[in-house]
Design a protein around this ligand. Structure first.
Ligand code: HSE
Length: 438
């Protein structure tokens, strides 16, 4: 039986999961790959992390160089996350002729082109199933399952932390800040939650999926990204009354040679399956030309779910190495101009949910409606509740008919400047198109 040596850099939650799976499923892995996969070295700055893992004697190193420069290692697993030193370490591993497995979505969305080019130059592969939606095999589904098909659009709940916060706000009517604090205490949100709650993590994952699905290299800085930190319990309550759930969606829609890609909170019709994705779960609803709609659902993070995706990649590479197949990097990524262009967000059309906070006095609603009308925006319904005392401030909620984003933004700017506006208006896009796509 072929022997494949792997080296692991980063013994955090996912790294620990990889060590455990390689051990507990060793017989199954050998049977399915025809190879013995041996964890030869594990590097982490913190030695205490290998406690209880029964690593082979001499396998632990505190310096990643011990993994990258070991000539016997065939596959390097990078699980330290972040941009540096991950980028340098992965490049060194590729330059040393090693295949790389990574879960690092930030690294791929920022430096993917450089890394894929280095891999191609050195005749090795980069595998990254764990970088998007943890245990859901969405990379394999797009790359292999839909290989002959044309992806039309997809909508993903790709960040478990945001979905957890929105789910609890929905279930408990609780405020964002309180749920975030709780999520941090329970380990569902980082001490610095910015990447998760401001949509950046979902953006990185979206870029990877677009590149795979459309063969288009995307500059993450060009995509519209908005997180969930301005969503209030009242928005969630009103969305619910109107038949919607608020979800942070990563959206990619194609029309001709235009790609409309963005991350933002979205009103999802409650009948749609994505509205039923709760807590830390992830999901991707995808539509292709030949298969039609499909939905992928599962755990997007965690020791064993994400560890399982990493080990599946190790196994795929082991089969490649074992069979002497050439590497598949050019097949994985955007290597030529695909003829597609990003559609600027200002050109999209959508229905909108809008929340204003304004003085409660005669004529206020007509002034707001007037601004909307002058910007070619037609109102489909209005709710105003909770009058406290004459002259107080009240929230006003509106749904619009389909409108152009640039008109909506211009109306919002004008309304925010009115003397009657008490808070910045909040706008949430409505994904009614999900129902027609399904
Ligand atoms: N921080 C991510 C999330 C998990 O909350 O979904 C890893 O991608």
């Amino acid at each position: 039986m072929n022997k494949i040596n792997v080296g692991l850099i980063g013994l955090g939650t996912v790294g620990t999961g990889v060590v455990k799976i390689l051990k507990k499923n060793a017989a199954l892995i050998a049977r399915r790959t025809g190879c013995t996969i041996r964890l030869k070295k594990v590097a982490d700055l913190d030695r205490s992390r290998c406690r209880g893992l029964s690593l082979p004697a001499g396998a632990f190193a505190s310096d990643a160089a011990a993994v990258i420069n070991d000539p016997a290692i065939d596959i390097v697993i990078e699980l330290i996350g972040g941009l540096e030193p991950a980028r340098t370490l992965v490049l060194q591993a590729l330059n040393n002729g090693k295949h790389v497995v990574t879960a690092n979505k930030a690294l791929l969305s920022h430096h993917g082109a450089e890394l894929y080019a280095a891999a191609a130059r050195h005749g090795v592969d980069i595998a990254f199933e764990a970088s998007v939606a943890g245990g859901i095999p969405i990379i394999r589904a797009i790359r292999d399952g839909f290989a002959s098909d044309r992806i039309l659009n997809f909508y993903g709940i790709l960040n478990g932390t945001s979905n957890y916060i929105l789910s609890r706000m929905t279930d408990e009517g609780a405020d964002f800040a309180r749920v975030l604090r709780d999520a941090q205490q329970q380990g569902y949100a980082e001490a610095d939650p910015t990447f998760d709650i401001e949509g950046i993590d979902a953006l990185h994952k979206l870029c990877i999926l677009i590149e795979l699905g459309f063969g288009m290299k995307v500059d993450y800085r060009k995509l519209y990204t908005e997180g969930i930190s301005s969503i209030t319990a009242l928005d969630i309550e009103h969305a619910r009354e109107l038949g919607y759930r608020i979800k942070l969606l990563a959206i990619c829609r194609s029309a001709g040679n235009l790609i409309d890609a963005r991350v933002h909170p979205t009103l999802v019709p409650e009948q749609h399956m994505l509205a039923q994705v709760h807590q830390t779960f992830n999901a991707i609803f995808l539509q292709t030309a030949d298969v039609g709609p499909t939905m992928f659902y599962g755990r997007g993070a965690g020791m064993l779910p994400t560890g399982s995706a990493v080990v599946a990649d190790i196994m795929a590479l082991a089969r490649t190495i074992g069979s002497g197949c050439p590497p598949r990097v050019p097949f994985l990524t955007a290597t030529q101009d695909c003829g597609l262009r990003l559609q600027p967000v200002k050109n999209i059309q959508s229905r909108y949910y809008v929340r204003f906070s304004a003085d409660d006095r005669p004529g206020v609603l007509s002034r707001i409606a007037g601004v909307l009308g002058r910007n070619r925006i037609s109102i489909s319904s209005v709710i105003q509740k909770g009058r406290t005392s004459h002259g107080g401030t009240v929230p006003i909620f509106m749904l619009t008919h389909e409108a152009r984003e640039s008109d909506m933004q211009s109306a919002m700017r004008q309304i925010n400047r009115l003397a009657l506006a008490r808070q910045k208006a909040m706008l949430i896009r409505i994904a009614d198109d999900l129902l027609s796509d399904a």
